[in-house]
Each structure stands twice: as C-alpha cells, then as structure tokens.
Design a protein around this ligand. Structure first.
Ligand code: LHQ
Length: 272
C-alpha cells in the first residue's frame, strides 16, 4: 500500500490505496513508519516528499478495519451495543501505530514536504500537517473528521492546529468538522502553498529538491528550535539559539556557506 521511490536526494513516499482514498490500515501505517526510518538512516536522502495516489491524499483511519469496526445490523445499520470494538484495540492502534508515526515524522533528520493531492481527512489531515512544508492542490481540502464520528483529533492534531491557526480556528475546524478548501487553508496559514492541480507534482518536487540542496542539519535544528520555543521563555530561546549556533558554527556547512558567499560561488552542503 506504499510506493517508495528516489529522485536525486529526495525520497518519495506515495500512499497507495486509492480505492479506499488511501485510508490508513495497520499495514500502511507500519510501512510508512519503516519507510521514514529507512529515509532517516540513509545518508543519500536529504528531503522526504509524501503524497497520495488517486483523487485523495488520505481519508484517515480505515474505519472498516476489523479491529475497530463496530458490529452493526447490515440492513438497518443499527449498532449492536453488546458487540463493540474493544477500547484497548483503539488504544493499541494509537500507541503502536499513530504515536510512533507522528513522532518519527516530527523528528526526521531531513526536511519533509507533503504534497496534498486531494482530500486529507482525520488522521490523514494531521499526518500531512505534521510535515515541515505542506503544499496542496487547488482541489484538495482538509477535514478534521473526528467529531463527526464521536472522536477527538489525533495524530498530533490538537497540538498542531492550535499552533498553526490559533485556538479559535482550531476549535472551528475540530468541532464542526467542515471541509476547509486548500486555498483557504493557505490564507489561514495552515499550509505553505496552494497551487493549480496540474502543477502540484512538479512544484512539490521542486520544493523538495530545493530543500535537499540546503544545509540539512541547520534546517532540522531550525525546526527543533521553533518547536521548542513554544515551551520556552524568551531568554531560554536565545540560549538555545546560541547553543545550536555555536555547534553549527564549527560544522562543514557553515564554513562552506560562508566561504561560498564570500567568494561568490554556489555552496556544496553535505552535513546531515
Ligand atoms: C473509507 C474511508 C475511511 C474506510 C473513505 N475508512 N473507507 C484513529 C484511531 C482509532 C480509531 C479511529 O480513528 C483514528 C483516526 C482517524 O483518522 S478518525 C477519522 C477517520 N476518517 C473519517 O472519518 C473520514 C471518512 N471519510 C469521509 O468522510 C469521506 O470519505 C471523505 C470526505 C474523505 C471523502 O468523501 P468523498 O469524496 O465523497 O468519497 P466517499 O465518501 O464516497 O469515499 C470513497 C470510498 O472510500 C468509499 O467506499 P465505496 O466502497 O463506497 O466506494 C468510502 O467508504 C471509502 N472511504 N474514507 N476512513
């Protein structure tokens, strides 16, 4: 259910269950995590690009998964209250699949780009928003579908949304579960860019290739410092910046970047 390919220094992961709008099964979730682990370990990878095949990016958890599917009467659709999925199954799904995946994505040692090619719902939306730069097709949309089926946002949604768009808009999105079109998502600052459908693949790849040529370690430490700043006092952030800067200042990429600037030539970054 996952396609993995490589273009230059960019590792491309394509969610590939188009008949089910790329909904997450345990199989797909496991494969994405392994693919991210592999990319993290591979020195030849300097950016990761994630997208979906078919008309959707990802419809979130596959609700027909036998572990979490409620028993219901086939014709009336009425739920049998005596045969419910075990609470521990949903807990296990989060503990063993969604939490490790969200943590893995957040701590990638290379920048991550998500090309949202269509609807991104539930955990699919929050998985996309967990990437560093999110670029979406005009026809794509984001849906915090959880409230519609009696759940809270997961896969980092509560943390990400409040930080990305603030409490009022986070509540609007999560309580109502309405579809937010990509153009509005960009206006809101939820995502980086919205582009015409026909340009998504090339624009997203160009962005990933551009990031792949940049000083990877500095980019990743920038993400870490921005995230840490949310829990730090101003002076603590200044000290964190100074600690990171003093390490980076001895690393190859800074010496190369500064020398290239001063001698007016293109830099060749290699630290990871
Ligand atoms: C699906 C799904 C789907 C299975 C479309 N599953 N088949 C974590 C841990 C534990 C428990 C639960 O949850 C979580 C995290 C979560 O992600 S919860 C949120 C789960 N996702 C949703 O509630 C979204 C459900 N899907 C939708 O609302 C719609 O399908 C969207 C808005 C994504 C797309 O709408 P349409 O473009 O109108 O497509 P469609 O609804 O006709 O779907 C096409 C097919 O895909 C259809 O199957 P069929 O056999 O009729 O062609 C759907 O049943 C199937 N599908 N989402 N999550």
């Amino acid at each position: 259910p996952l396609l993995v390919s490589q273009e230059g220094a960019v590792r491309v992961l394509t969610l590939n269950r188009p008949q089910a709008l790329n909904a997450f099964t345990t199989g797909l979730l496991g494969q994405v995590r392994i693919a991210l682990d592999d990319a993290a370990k591979d020195a030849g990878v300097r950016a990761v690009l994630i997208t979906g095949s078919g008309r959707a990016f990802c419809a979130g958890q596959d609700l027909s998964d036998p572990h979490i599917k409620p028993e219901f009467e086939a014709t009336s659709g009425e739920v049998d209250p005596h045969r419910r999925p075990k609470a521990k199954d949903i807990g296990n799904l989060l503990d063993h699949y969604y939490i490790p995946l969200a943590l893995r994505l957040r701590s990638m040692p290379v920048p991550t780009v998500c090309a949202v090619n269509g609807v991104a719902a539930g955990a699919g939306a929050n998985f996309a928003l967990g990437c560093d730069l999110v670029i979406a097709a005009q026809s794509a949309s984001f849906i915090q579908a959880f409230s519609k089926i009696g759940l809270v946002p997961d896969c980092g949604g509560t943390w990400l949304l409040t930080r990305l768009v603030g409490r009022a808009r986070a509540l609007q999105l999560t309580l109502l579960g309405d579809k937010l079109p990509a153009a509005e998502a960009q206006q809101w600052g939820l995502i980086a860019r919205c582009v015409p459908d026909a340009e998504l693949a090339s624009e997203a790849m160009a962005l990933a290739q551009r990031l792949a040529k940049m000083p990877t370690r500095a980019l990743v430490q920038t993400r870490e410092a921005l995230d840490a700043s949310m829990e730090l006092e101003f002076e603590e952030s200044l000290r964190l910046e100074a600690r990171l800067q003093s390490q980076l200042g001895y690393a190859h990429d800074y010496l190369e970047g500064a020398a290239a600037f001063l001698t007016k030539r293109p830099p060749q970054f290699k630290d990871r």
